[in-house]
Design a protein around this ligand. Structure first.
Ligand code: GCU
Length: 398
């Protein structure tokens, strides 16, 4: 494996693949041309070369409210657990979504949706939440970690700010296991079970499976009287930040897209070759990407895309890119730059995008249609990050 570069002076000179020149060489000068012509090209390239195709819609989709707690979080919230079941080709797949909705609000409220790493029970200090998150053998991955990642979810603060919040465990949609056949325990198995593992990984990936799951969670919220699904916001940390960007790219119902420390193949610009690289990623996490990505190992200048394309797919909807100062693996500067470069698409819509061309000091919130902050500290998603997400939602979504 090539040694990791953490030295800014060793970042090579590079030219980014253009956002606003179409494949036929013509210039994109209007929002209309972007939407009609260029955006589909970019989405298609990222499907072919990076994340593959989301699963299709299933023949049937049902939801069942498994529990309701009317006095959750010290009587400030209503808590629900909702089971989503999909059937196709005579097979079915289910997962459990946890939902908190503020009480005593006058009408439906905007909702944050995000996947969790270790199970619904790990996201909350409430001890009566059903444990979820199973590996390919069907065992709970974290049976004893209840409440351990409450800091990443801070449901009580979200409720105080007047937002609903929904989560499900990503393993229950596609178990995060690099074995080539782990997709057979995922939602994709409903649709492609006849394929070989090799065929599957030319078009199906865990990240697309997870992004699909986020869209289905949003479907399941459609009839919740206190949730405004026209004001849905998707967030994700790290691999799940790569996923939230991809979910935002594929599902325009996500009106605000949050990338928290998403790094390589998330918001970070590949051509900087700083921190994690494609070489590392396809070795340790081959199931997150289509096999086509292997062609670009140690060949960043040959990539037909770079990650500002991924960010631009959400334009003109607000995006927030968050980094952490000690998270050099995720390349904070590269994350900032993708937001900065994606802003030219926002300008086609008469928006500004990122309101600065200079990376801000640590702990400063830069807020625009493309927002950014660099939190002092480690790779994580904590209250400081959330406050920015709440402020942006107050400004652009509410
Ligand atoms: C690894 C991986 C990152 C990823 C992170 C995470 O560190 O290299 O790309 O973002 O896991 O998801 O926590």
């Amino acid at each position: 494996m090539t040694p990791t570069n953490y030295d800014e002076s060793k970042v090579p000179a590079y030219t980014l693949p253009p956002l606003l020149i179409a494949e036929d060489g013509s210039k994109i000068t209007t929002a209309f041309e972007w939407v009609q012509k260029r955006r589909p090209q970019i989405l298609n390239t990222l499907k072919k070369e990076l994340f593959g195709e989301l699963p299709p819609r299933p023949e049937t989709f049902t939801k069942e409210v498994v529990s309701v707690k009317e006095d959750a979080l010290n009587n400030t919230a209503i808590r629900k657990e909702i089971k989503l079941t999909f059937t196709n080709n005579g097979k079915s797949h289910s997962f459990l979504m946890l939902l908190y909705i503020p009480k005593n609000v006058s009408g439906p409220v905007p909702v944050y949706l995000g996947l969790n790493f270790k199970g619904n029970h790990v996201t909350t200090l409430e001890t009566d939440v059903i444990p979820t998150g199973r590996n390919t053998a069907g065992e709970l991955v974290e049976p004893d970690a209840a409440g351990e990642q409450d800091r990443r979810w801070i449901f009580a603060d979200t409720i105080k700010r007047g937002y609903a919040s929904a989560t499900a465990c990503y393993h229950d949609i596609y178990p995060d296991d690099k074995e080539a056949d782990s997709w057979r325990k995922s939602v994709y198995n409903l649709f492609f079970s006849e394929e070989t593992d090799e065929q599957f990984h030319t078009h199906g990936t865990a990240i697309s499976g997870w992004a699909w799951g986020l869209s289905r969670m949003l479907d399941a919220l459609e009839n919740e009287p206190l949730v405004d699904t026209k004001k849905a916001m998707v967030h994700g940390h790290s691999r799940l930040g790569k996923t939230s960007l991809w979910a935002g790219a594929n599902d325009p119902r996500f009106r605000f897209v949050v990338s928290n420390d998403s790094g390589c193949n998330g918001a970070a610009i590949h051509r900087r070759v700083f921190g994690e690289t494609i070489e590392v990623m396809v070795h340790y996490f081959p199931h997150w990407f289509v096999t086509s990505l292997n062609k670009y190992v140690c060949k960043e200048p040959e990539l037909p895309f770079d990650q500002h394309w991924l960010v631009a797919l959400s334009a003109p909807r607000p995006v927030c890119i968050a980094s952490a100062s000690e998270d050099l693996w995720a390349d904070p500067k590269g994350e900032f730059l993708s937001g900065y470069h994606a802003s030219e698409v926002y300008r086609l819509f008469g928006a500004q995008g990122m309101p600065t061309d200079t990376m801000p000091e640590a702990d400063q919130y830069v807020t625009g249609e493309v927002s950014y902050h660099l939190r002092t500290g480690k790779h994580d998603q904590v209250l400081f990050d959330w406050i920015h997400y709440f402020d942006i939602a107050d400004k652009f979504i509410r």
